[in-house]
Design a protein around this ligand. Structure first.
Ligand code: ADP
Length: 638
């Protein structure tokens, strides 16, 4: 019975079939890499299971071209697939690369260029084959199964004969057309160069029959000398050099080679920001690592779905696909491979968590990543900016995790938006450009840059030539708390009621001025009926009549943050900032308020409430009673 592919698989298949010439050749790389994965799996099983009956040297991948039948076959003696696995794995597109493809290109199915960019897996066989047969027997199973498909019209699965465990992918090549040469994939030369180009680093031997020539002693020629005669013969040869790319000397591999490897292996379409090659020989443990710092975040990066970790090999045998213990949480975006001869092969996953050698590797790796990121920041700022755009948030979370333990290590990697420079700057940049009299690192937190730029409190800072960091990520305020200070300079929010700008004398005279206006300030506070903890004469306002600041540790941003959280232990509305209404005594509105208080207290009350609503709006808050505010302002107009 013919079964149908799931609809998205069908679309991808149609795309494969119509794919343009230059992309086709990757099909071989995809099938070889599947074969290699299958061998990895069986090899791993063989470490603990004697019944596998194969030694490491017995594993191999074979490529066979049959020119008469026009078939190309990729054979492996890996783990194979059960009937269910055949159904699950080859009946649906469910794998990373393909899923990503589906998500990002759903609206552009004709854009075939993307095929060349990342692995589309098994389906790529249909770029060159009109019919694909997979004959496979799973390890531990007596029955073999055969999956056959001619492309998007569906597939069949039925039992078949196969003596050994493993899989065989048989491709019946499409007929050649005028400028569409499929026969080339039967040619020894093409196959040889494709294996070299894409699969040279595959650890398992890739065998192929190659034609060679040898000299034979022929008859004598007419001068009585032996005639030079050559004959062709065939021999099976290992084509790939088998040294994994991370094991090769730096001089033998360019960064581009490594990037290519990264894109193939980790399903990214974009070149990473950098590759880090580590070759460590230590007393405790030796290892080789190739690490990549990506430029783009996978679509599921900030979700639970994303599996962080490095690929871990022990003496070249893959023992774990995503070893999370190798990376600290704040660098979980790093991808790559770690290979160590010192790790025990049959170590269990639970033991890995506590393994001392692994811990040593992890802590070395953390240092390397950190110094590479610092290097990027200082020498390749554009690359760093792209990286930071994708993963800056992760670094910020890192400063908060584990009670701020990593804050110090991470602070130099953080960037914040400078209102003066109009771009992202590091804290070191910020501090370096501080005027000598500036004591604090000023920042403003809020949702959008535009309103932060125009916060009334910031005006006085700007006038003094002080820069303000504009923070728009929800975590930013917590980050400043966690960091506390940088280079002995404390962080200070522009919406704190004391910006620390005045000298002692100035503070004293401000206090006197406040005492003189006590009656007015008390009146306003009273009128606001518990909304504010204090009404003060502002020391910071310039052209704006009022502003809202806060006293104590809870800021307006935090209040907003906690009240937006669901499922927390903090009941909604319970975190409240202590609001302070600051009045600008040199503003005409203040004079009007004073006059009203003299003769018309009712009007003065209205002024007080309108001014408070203005302060709320400027701070990015909706007035609590919007309709009340509207009628109040209308009353004042008429
Ligand atoms: P990917 O390789 O990205 O997972 P593919 O479409 O290439 O996606 O393959 C789908 C799945 O089919 C693989 O994950 C693997 O489980 C299975 N598979 C493919 N080829 C083989 C093979 N030669 N031996 C065993 N399993 C295979």
């Amino acid at each position: 019975m013919k079964k149908q592919f799931k609809s998205e698989s069908k679309r991808l298949l149609d795309l494969m079939v119509g794919s343009i010439y230059t992309h086709r050749e990757i099909f071989l790389r995809e099938l070889i890499s599947n074969a290699s994965d299958a061998i990895d799996k069986l090899c791993y099983l063989s470490l603990t299971d004697d019944k596998v009956g194969l030694e490491r040297d017995d594993f191999k991948i074979e490529i066979t071209a049959d020119r008469e039948a026009r078939t190309l076959t990729v054979t492996d003696n890996g783990v194979g697939m059960t009937e269910q696995e055949l159904e699950q794995n080859l009946g649906v597109i469910a794998k990373s690369g393909s899923l990503k493809f589906k998500r990002e290109h759903a609206d552009a199915p004709d854009d075939v260029d993307i095929i060349g960019q990342f692995g589309v897996g098994f389906y790529s066989a249909f770029m060159v084959a009109s019919r694909v047969t997979v004959r496979t027997r799973a390890y531990g199973s007596d029955t073999a199964y055969q999956w056959v498909s001619e492309g998007s019209d569906g597939y069949t699965i039925e039992p078949c004969d196969k003596a050994t465990v493993g899989s065989e992918v048989i491709m019946e090549l499409k007929p050649d057309a005028e400028d569409d040469d499929f026969s080339e994939y039967l040619e020894e030369y093409t196959l040889h160069s494709l294996i070299k180009k894409y699969s040279d680093y595959i650890r398992w031997p890739i065998l192929m029959e190659v034609t060679k020539s040898r000299r034979v002693d022929g008859e004598m020629d007419k001068d009585g000398k032996p005639a030079v005669k050559w004959e062709d013969y065939t021999e099976t040869e290992v084509i790939n050099s088998r040294v994994p790319i991370w094991k090769r000397a730096k001089s033998e591999t360019t960064d581009e080679d490594c990037f290519e490897f990264y894109k193939q292996q980790f399903g990214d379409e974009v070149d990473p920001a950098s590759v880090l090659r580590v070759n460590a020989e230590g007393a405790a443990v030796s290892y080789t690592a190739m690490l990549f710092i990506p430029t783009a975040a996978p679509y599921n990066y900030y979700t639970r779905e994303f599996e962080a970790g490095l690929r871990l090999y022990a003496s070249g045998v893959l023992i774990m696909e995503n070893c999370a213990a190798l990376l600290p949480e704040h660098f979980r975006f790093v991808r790559g491979v770690v290979d160590s001869p010192d790790l025990s092969l049959n170590i269990s996953r639970e033991m890995l968590q506590h393994d001392r050698q692994l811990k040593t590797i992890a802590s070395n790796i953390e240092k390397k990543i950190k110094s590479e990121l610092s290097r990027l920041l200082s020498s390749e700022p554009e690359k760093y900016a792209a990286f930071y755009d994708a993963f800056g948030l992760q670094l910020k979370y890192g400063t908060l995790a584990d009670y701020g333990t990593h804050a110090e290590a991470l602070r130099d990697l953080l960037l914040f938006r400078s209102s003066k420079a109009g771009k992202l700057v590091s804290l070191a940049d910020y501090v370096a450009s501080m005027p000598p009299d500036q004591k604090y690192i000023y920042y403003a937190c809020g949702k959008d840059l535009q309103s932060l730029e125009r916060l009334p409190q910031a005006e006085v800072l700007r006038e003094r030539g002080y820069d303000v960091l504009l923070l728009t990520d929800e975590v930013d305020e917590f980050v400043t708390r966690s960091l506390e200070k940088y280079d002995e300079k404390e962080f200070r929010s522009v919406s704190a009621d004391d910006l620390g700008l005045q000298t002692e004398d100035e503070v004293k005279s401000a206090q006197t001025a406040e005492a003189e206006r006590r009656e007015l300030l008390d009146f306003v506070k009273n009128e606001l009926n518990g909304k504010v903890v204090a009404v003060t004469l502002s020391r910071n306002l310039k052209s704006a009549p009022v502003c809202l600041s806060t006293r104590g540790s809870v800021t307006l941003e935090m209040e907003r943050y906690f009240n937006a959280q669901r499922n927390t232990d903090v009941p909604a509305g319970s975190v409240k900032a202590e609001r302070v209404l600051e009045l600008n005594a040199s503003h005409p509105a203040f004079a009007a308020l004073e006059r009203a208080l003299d003769g018309n207290r009712e009007l003065a009350g209205k002024y007080a409430r309108v001014l408070y609503a203005q302060a709320e709006l400027a701070a990015g808050l909706m007035p609590e009673d919007v309709l009340g505010f509207i009628s109040l302002t209308s009353e004042l107009i008429v």
